[in-house]
Design a protein around this ligand. Structure first.
Ligand code: 5GP
Ligand code: ZN
Length: 112
């Protein structure tokens, strides 16, 4: 989608601190980290919100990519949180689905 921030990041039109990429997904560090580790995993296909998603394999791959990166970066055993915000009440700001992965400190529950 031409006016989507994350589609532009995937295309390299907007720079990002990339962690991982394959034919389906792209992962990069969040520009405004909320924890010592905070990265995003997104599908290369533009999907605006979880409400529009219907590809179970692709959604599963977002989670498995997060766990692979957590292992590669060395904090999988200490732990981490993955979360996807949906629409206004969920706090979604960018309308291209993304899995947040946060780690590196004891995270509070419930979130605000
Ligand atoms: P949401 O609130 O939609 O779940 O999360 C959007 C996330 O995207 C936020 O954590 C925000 O910091 C991050 N973000 C927004 N713009 C950019 C950007 O240009 N580059 C990167 N790396 N992250 C961004
Ligand atoms: Zn997009």
């Amino acid at each position: 989608m031409s006016d989507c921030l994350f589609c532009k990041i995937i295309a390299g039109e907007i720079p990002s601190n990339k962690i991982y990429e394959d034919e389906d997904v792209f992962a990069f560090h969040d520009i405004e980290a909320q924890a010592p580790h905070h990265f995003l995993v997104i599908p290369k296909q533009h999907i605006a919100t979880l409400n529009e998603a219907d590809d179970a394999v692709l959604l599963g791959k977002l989670s498995l990519t997060a766990s692979k990166i957590a292992k590669d970066l060395g904090f999988a055993e200490d732990g981490y949180r993955v979360v996807m915000n949906c629409n206004n009440d969920g706090g979604q700001a960018v309308y291209h689905i993304h899995l947040h992965c946060l780690a590196g400190r004891q995270l509070q529950w419930p979130p605000g």
